[in-house]
Design a protein around this ligand. Structure first.
Ligand code: GTP
Ligand code: MG
Ligand code: NA
Length: 328
């Protein structure tokens, strides 16, 4: 999350090795997107920082939200779906209105987050160290550049203090939990990307064991309703918990009335690819959380984005489910 143009999508492009941001209209994200980063890709990217790091998660599903002021609803939805958030701050612009809005959304939901202090390569005189861990990159800089970085960092820490938050560079932060961690990054030259990925995974593993433990009960949110050639009207969902199967009977909120239908196909983008971008789909007979999924089924034309999807079990009361989906 973060203010418009802080570099959220570009950071993901840097991680994925894609070019999604340049294809966006006006360079602005206008939808929620999702990308699955498998653990082996994270490992590859964090080798130089710590080759022996324990990664106990199968991967990470990353959700990208728009920063433009008109998309508060999408930021709110995005923040409600995540276990952990990355608040992206542009080091050249410091805290901006939607940085503060995002921060408040996260605090309201008690969602843990870290700060990516992005665009460090724009510090005057910065010497690029492609994809290097941040400490290694900062050591290569002249004293002037180091001073500039420290000055900007100090300003930003003061701004966070004004919002009631203590912050510290992540590798100096001894009281994680009390004090927000900052990971300096560049989405263009990749400095700090290993740090961001490793810190995210390790911190999640350490502090969120319970929240991250997978439970069977399906928890699934509709993000988009889209017509796709050859598939008719489809819904893009994020499955936060549980498992979906081809042939499952599902109920989603419709404009006028609940929609009861059967899952025809479960499609996902390829790992390391953005769900918003057209591409080929992988078909699944069943799929386990957390994943971003495109569901094809009949009768989805009037489905409402932002609402919950329910799976009908053998013992479920259909009327109760219908009522509950319409309450969204
Ligand atoms: P919205 O989704 O529209 O809110 O923006 P965003 O936060 O996703 O930012 P985006 O990825 O669209 O980047 C905005 C601009 O900043 C683009 O022109 C990027 O090329 C540039 N940019 C992003 N990150 C960096 C960085 O680390 N260094 C430099 N020099 N430019 C960056
Ligand atoms: Mg974006
Ligand atoms: Na942008």
């Amino acid at each position: 999350m973060g203010h418009v143009d802080a570099g959220k999508t570009k950071l993901l492009d840097c991680i994925r090795g894609t070019n999604v941001q340049e294809g966006e209209a006006g360079g602005i994200t206008q939808q929620i997107g999702a990308t699955y980063l498998p653990a082996e890709n994270i490992r590859e990217r964090t080798m130089e920082l710590r080759a022996d790091a324990q990664l106990n998660v199968p991967g990470v599903l990353v959700i990208d939200t728009p920063g433009h002021e008109s998309f508060t609803n999408l930021r709110s939805r995005g923040s409600s779906l995540c276990d952990i958030a990355i608040l992206v701050v542009d080091i050249t612009h410091r805290l901006q209105p939607q940085t503060i809005e995002s921060l408040n959304l996260l605090r309201m939901r008690n969602t843990e987050f870290i700060v990516a202090l992005n665009k460090v390569d724009r510090i005057s005189g910065w010497k690029k160290c492609k994809n290097a861990p941040f400490v290694k990159a900062i050591r290569q800089q002249t004293e002037d550049v180091k001073d500039l970085f420290n000055m900007k960092l100090a300003e930003i820490k003061t701004q966070f203090q004004d919002q009631g938050l203590n912050t510290e560079l992540y590798y100096k932060n001894k009281e994680k939990g009390e004090c927000l961690s900052i990971v300096p990054t560049s989405a263009i030259s990749g400095e700090g990307i290993p740090d961001l990925l490793l810190f995210l995974v390790q911190w999640a593993q350490k502090t969120m064991v319970e929240k991250l433990t997978y439970v069977d009960k399906v928890q699934c949110t509709v993000l988009e309703v889209k017509v796709i050639e050859g598939h008719g009207t489809t819904i893009d969902v994020v499955l936060v918990n549980g498992e979906l199967h081809e042939g499952d009977q599902i109920v989603v909120c419709g404009l006028q009335e609940p929609i009861v239908t059967t899952v025809r196909a479960l499609l996902t983008s390829h790992p390391m690819k953005e769900s918003r971008v057209k591409g080929t789909y992988l078909h699944h007979k069943k799929i386990k959380a957390a994943q971003s999924i495109k569901i094809t089924a009949q009768g989805l034309e009037h489905a409402v984005a932002g609402t919950c999807l329910h799976v009908v079990g053998p013992d479920d009361d259909m009327d109760a489910i219908k009522n509950s989906v319409m309450e969204d």
